[in-house]
Design a protein around this ligand. Structure first.
Ligand code: UD1
Length: 421
C-alpha cells in the first residue's frame, strides 16, 4: 500500500501541463472497438483506469501499443470476444462503455457491472433504456448485463433520457453508430468529453451531429475506418491544479487547457478572490491573499462540475467566512471526504444536499484516507494548504485519474512524496 506524504504551506510557482482528459479517454478507447482499422489516439493520460481498459481490450483480441509521448495505437479489427474479463471490468466505472461499443459492432455483449468510485448509488438504467430502445433484448442480473438483438432487430430510435447522464449519452452514441437508421438522443448531457467522443467517431467516419447540445443525432453507417485523433485536455485535472494554487497560494501557468471549458470553475474561484489571465490554451492562476466565501451548486455542464465539488470545498474551508456548497448530481458525495477534512480542522455542516462551510484560518496536517478519486485530490490540496504533515492513504483511487501527480506538484514547489508503506 502506498501513500502520499505532504508537508504543507509551500507556495506553488511555475507552470504545469495538463494531460489528456480521463473521462474522454475512457470512452474513446472502447469506442475504437467500432473501428475496422488502426486508430492512433494521442494525448492519452498515463493513469491506471486507461491501463485497465487497454488490458480488457487486449484480452478480447485488440492489438494495442503505447508510444512514449502518450500515443496509443489501437487496432480492434481482429476482436472476436464479446465477454470482457469480469475481474478487469469490475475494477473501473467506465467499463460500461464496452456495452454500447460491443452491441454496435457485434450485436451482442456480456459485460459485468462496472466498479470504480462508489461515492453514491450509480445506476445505469438510462444506458439500458437506450439499448432497449435500439432493439436490444437486455438481461440484467446483479453481476452482469447480457444483450442480443430483440425480435425486431437492432436499429436507430428516438430516446429521451429521464436524467441528464454523461455515461448514458456516450454509451448510446456508441451503440447507435453502426446500426441502421437514425438515432436521436433528447435531454443529452453536454460535457466536453461528449463532444470529444463524437469528434473521434466522426473522424473515423461516423455521422454524429449535435454533440454538446441536449439533442444528439446519429445516422448509422456500415463501417468506421481508422485515423488519428488527439484527446482534449482534462477539465477536472486543470480545475484540481487551479484549486491547489487557490488554496496553497501562488502564481502558476496552467498549460494545455481549453479556457472555455474552465469558465464554470474559474468564475467561482474568481468570486473567492483568485485572479485568472486567459490565453489561447493556458490560464495564469494567481492567488495571493485571503480567500473569500462563496456559494456553489454543482450542475451538469456548463454548470459547476460535481467532480470539482471536493476540491472547491477545501478552498471554502480556509475562506474568510461561511460558504454554501450544494450537490445536485450525486447527493452522497460529501461523505467521501468531509470527515477526513474535519480531522484536519475544517468546519463543515452537512444539511441534506448542502454543506455549510465555516472557513478556518488554518488546516492542520493529519493522516487521512482517500475514499474516491476526487475526494483524494481534495485531501492532497488540503495537505498542500495545511500546517504540518499530511499523509493521504488509499491512493490507488487518486492514481486512477491523475497522471504524474507527484512530479507535477513537485515541479511547482510542493513538498509531496509517494511512499510505499
Ligand atoms: C460521469 C463521470 C463522473 C462524473 C459524472 C457526472 C465518467 C467515467 N465518469 O459519471 O466522473 O462525476 O459523469 O458528471 O465519465 N443516473 C441515473 N441513471 C443512469 C445514469 C445516471 O439515474 O443510468 C444518474 C446518476 O445517479 C447521477 C446522474 O444521473 O445522479 C448523472 O450521472 P452520469 O452523468 O451518468 O455519471 P457517470 O456517467 O456515471
Amino acid at each position: 500500500m502506498a501513500k502520499y506524504v505532504i508537508n504543507g504551506k509551500n507556495r506553488l510557482e511555475g507552470a504545469v501541463t495538463i494531460s489528456g482528459a480521463k473521462n474522454a479517454a475512457v470512452a474513446i478507447l472502447p469506442a475504437a472497438l467500432l473501428v475496422s482499422g488502426k486508430c492512433r489516439v494521442e494525448n492519452v493520460p498515463d493513469i491506471s483506469d486507461v491501463h485497465i481498459l487497454l488490458e480488457i481490450l487486449k484480452d478480447i483480441g485488440a492489438e494495442v501499443s503505447w508510444e512514449d509521448n502518450g500515443t496509443v495505437i489501437l487496432d480492434c479489427t481482429g476482436v472476436t470476444g464479446t465477454k470482457p474479463d469480469p475481474e478487469l471490468v469490475c475494477k473501473m466505472r467506465a467499463s460500461y462503455y464496452l456495452m454500447g461499443a460491443l452491441l454496435s459492432r457485434f450485436h451482442k455483449a456480456h459485460v459485468a457491472l462496472p466498479g470504480g468510485c462508489n461515492f453514491a448509488s450509480r445506476p445505469i438504467d438510462q444506458h439500458i433504456k437506450g439499448f432497449r430502445a435500439l432493439g436490444a433484448r437486455v438481461v440484467e442480473t446483479e453481476e452482469y448485463v447480457n444483450m442480443k438483438p430483440g425480435p425486431n432487430g437492432l436499429k436507430g430510435a428516438r430516446i429521451t433520457l429521464d436524467v441528464v447522464s454523461v455515461g448514458a449519452t456516450m454509451n448510446i452514441i456508441m451503440a447507435a453508430c453502426l446500426l441502421p437508421g437514425k438515432t436521436v438522443i433528447e435531454n443529452a448531457a453536454k460535457e466536453p468529453h461528449i463532444v470529444d467522443l463524437a469528434n473521434f467517431l466522426n473522424t473515423m467516419g461516423a455521422h454524429i451531429s449535435g454533440a454538446g447540445t441536449d439533442t444528439v443525432k446519429i445516422t448509422g453507417v456500415e463501417k468506421l475506418t481508422g485515423g488519428t485523433y488527439a484527446i482534449i485536455p482534462d477539465q477536472i485535472e486543470a480545475g484540481t491544479y487551479i484549486a491547489a494554487v487557490a488554496a496553497a497560494g501562488g502564481n502558476v501557468l496552467v498549460q494545455n487547457v481549453i479556457p472555455k471549458h474552465m469558465d464554470c470553475i474559474t468564475s467561482k474561484l474568481e468570486e473567492m478572490g483568485v485572479e485568472f489571465i486567459n490565453y489561447d490554451d493556458a490560464i495564469q492562476v494567481i492567488s495571493e491573499g485571503q480567500l473569500q466565501p462563496t456559494t456553489v451548486k454543482t450542475r451538469p455542464y456548463p454548470g459547476f462540475p460535481t467532480d470539482m465539488q471536493a476540491q472547491v470545498c477545501v478552498c471554502m474551508s480556509i475562506a474568510d467566512g461561511t460558504s454554501r456548497l450544494t450537490e445536485s448530481v450525486y447527493e452522497t458525495r460529501f461523505f467521501g471526504y468531509c470527515t477526513e477534512l474535519a480531522s484536519m480542522g475544517a468546519d463543515i455542516l452537512i444539511n441534506g444536499k448542502t454543506a455549510i462551510i465555516t472557513g478556518q484560518s488554518n488546516l492542520q496536517g493529519a493522516v487521512v484516507r482517500a475514499n474516491d478519486l476526487r475526494a483524494g485530490a481534495a485531501l492532497i490540496i488540503a495537505g498542500l494548504a495545511a500546517e504540518g504533515t499530511t499523509e493521504v492513504e488509499n491512493i490507488h483511487y487518486i492514481e486512477r485519474g491523475y497522471e504524474h501527480l507527484v512530479e507535477k506538484l513537485t515541479a511547482l514547489g510542493a513538498d509531496i512524496r509517494r511512499v510505499e508503506d
